[in-house]
Design a binder for this molecule. Structure first.
Ligand SMILES: C[S@@+](CC[C@H](N)C(=O)[O-])C[C@H]1O[C@@H](n2cnc3c(N)ncnc32)[C@H](O)[C@@H]1O
Length: 396
């Protein structure tokens, strides 16, 4: 039996409540998530409620079909994937298996949910065809370029230095989460591309048994999962991984404030995942808040600033040098020398220009008599109204 030596046994969290039907637990309940279900995903997925998860990440068996041990030039055995869980009798059997779990994942995804599947040349084309046949809508394929891939020891092929990820929306109509600005900031203000250079999982991150052997042959790097969750989920979202292995998805989800459900058939991997996730510390809410682009921010009209009592009818607005002065009217318009209209229209007229952003042009006097752009009041209004506005959007 494999054991993870680095984690003390006593630290394990009671995350594993296998064989429990989740159909009766509302997804909003904390009991619905942060659990590992030990079992076959074909069976266990049926016990999850429809429209209940925001994101699926699946790292299914690769169907590598290795024909015996692979040796290095120095005759040591390569610790490859030749486990029973990766064996299928035929391509037809693999395809039938793939279509079954994908169909269930589609059912449990929320209408705007999305799916990630990772695979190699052995399986990803078959999986991709099934994804499209089942009505998922392809968003991107992403190439994970490995900085440190395993060489092709026999020298008969190219070094296999990448894996492919498919990102697909639940269907054509879905509008899946995509935190564009977060990823752009991550990438030094350049739009994030679909080729991701990330090392394979190694060093202290790699779980090992007491004999120093890898606890799992295909443990994925946390950096890969981190990028996926940061890009396509929000804090509090529910992430499902039907092939949980040693729980990379759960570990990253917990750290990034996402909720998770993992399904894994092998009890030893479940145990390794439990112990691993138990010692993960969740980051603070502030640290995980995604960047909200100006476009996605709720619209605040100037009249709302008055309704919130931040400014009052009769108050004065000025340009930055206090050379131009206007008065705020009761209906949310402003008056500059007899010209009435919105903050934008009057700002443009006062400068003799075709257009003007009234939010940055007009200033108000603070209690300490400092001239401050009214845009700051709009930001405060957004903060105050954001929770209510998000709810309104949800139900719209
Ligand atoms: C490619 S590995 C996933 C590794 C995982 N992403 C990680 O980082 O540790 C696939 C996993 O799926 C599990 N598995 C295979 N068939 C399964 C099934 N029908 N139901 C549940 N788990 C299954 C295997 O035991 C294996 O751990």
């Amino acid at each position: 039996m494999r054991r993870v030596s680095k984690v003390e046994q006593g630290l394990a969290l009671p995350v594993c409540r296998s064989q429990i039907s989740l159909t009766d637990i509302p997804p909003s309940s904390p009991d619905f998530t942060d659990r590992i279900i030990e079992g076959d995903c074909l069976k266990e997925l049926r016990l999850l409620a429809s429209n209940s998860v925001d994101l699926v990440f699946a790292d299914p068996p690769y169907n590598l079909q290795l024909g015996g041990d692979l040796l290095r030039p120095n005759n040591t055995r390569v610790d490859g994937v030749n486990h029973e869980w990766d064996r299928f009798d035929s391509f037809a059997a693999y395809d039938a298996f793939t279509r079954s779990w994908l169909a269930e994942c589609k059912r449990v995804l929320k209408p705007n949910g999305s799916l990630w599947v990772i695979g190699s040349y052995h399986n990803i084309f078959r999986v991709g065809a099934a994804v499209q046949d089942l009505g998922f809508w392809l968003q991107n394929d992403v190439v994970w370029l490995k900085t440190n891939p395993m060489p092709n020891f026999k020298g008969t092929r190219f070094t296999n230095a990448h894996e492919t990820l498919i990102w697909a929306a639940r269907d054509e109509k879905a509008r899946p989460t995509f935190n564009y600005d977060t990823l752009k900031a991550f990438n030094d203000d350049l739009q994030m591309r679909s080729d991701w250079l990330i090392p394979i999982c190694s060093g202290p991150e790699r779980l090992r048994d007491d004999g120093g052997r890898k606890a799992h042959p295909t443990q994925k790097p946390e950096a890969l999962l981190s990028r996926i969750l940061l890009a396509t989920s929000k804090p509090g979202d529910i992430v499902l991984d039907p092939f949980f292995g040693t729980g990379t998805t759960g570990a990253v989800a917990k750290r990034l404030g996402r909720r998770f459900i993992g399904i894994e058939r092998d009890g030893d991997y479940v145990k390794a995942a439990q112990e691993r996730i138990a010692v993960i510390t969740a980051l603070s809410e502030d640290a995980i808040a995604p960047i909200v682009s100006k476009r996605a921010e709720p619209r605040i009209p100037f009249g709302m600033v008055l309704e919130l009592g931040m400014l009052n009818p009769g108050d004065a607005l000025f340009d930055a040098k206090a050379a131009i002065k206007a008065q705020i009217m009761a209906d949310g318009s402003i008056n500059w020398s007899g010209v009435r209209g919105s903050i934008h229209a009057v700002g443009a007229r006062a400068q003799g220009r075709a257009a003007c952003n009234g939010w940055t042009f007009w200033h108000y006097r603070t209690r300490h008599s400092e001239l401050t752009p009214i845009d700051e009041l709009r930001s405060s209004a957004r903060k105050r109204l954001a929770p209510t506005m998000a709810k309104t959007k949800e139900f719209a």
